[in-house]
Design a binder for this molecule. Sequence first.
Ligand code: ZN
Ligand code: ZN
Length: 154
Amino acid sequence: MLFNIAVLLATLVAMEGVGTLAHKYVMHGWGWWLHRSHHEPHLGVLETNDLYLVALALIAAGLMALGKAGYAPLQWVGAGVAGYGVLYVLAHDGFFHRHWPRKPKPMQRYLKRLYRAHRLHHAVKGREGSVSFGFFYAPPLRELKRQLRARRGD
Ligand SMILES: [Zn+2]
Ligand SMILES: [Zn+2]
């Protein structure tokens, strides 16, 4: 049991790394056509960007199915991927973008930093030149602002 929990937690942590890289190099790279909707003003509840979430759910389901088929630890890797998806929706859609019925206010220091860092990510409208691609880890805000200034300068 303890091993399974360790696998689950390790997957959650690893997924932040995977998520950051995917956001930076896939979603702001060749996958921009799907992510673009998220960087433009939109009216509806759903965006094409949500297809990334569908892909994540399919990967999680696939891993869990493999786990059931005999590769036991993969079940917990799959659970970790699914758990990360849930946390992402809560943090990114609910908290950063206020898609919740009630508007939560970021009070805690860590949450404040995450929230502001994601605002800075959206300060750049296009595909290139953005900063802060993570969802649960954000570099110091001073550093992000410096990067933005440097990019505007050239
Ligand atoms: Zn983005
Ligand atoms: Zn966003």
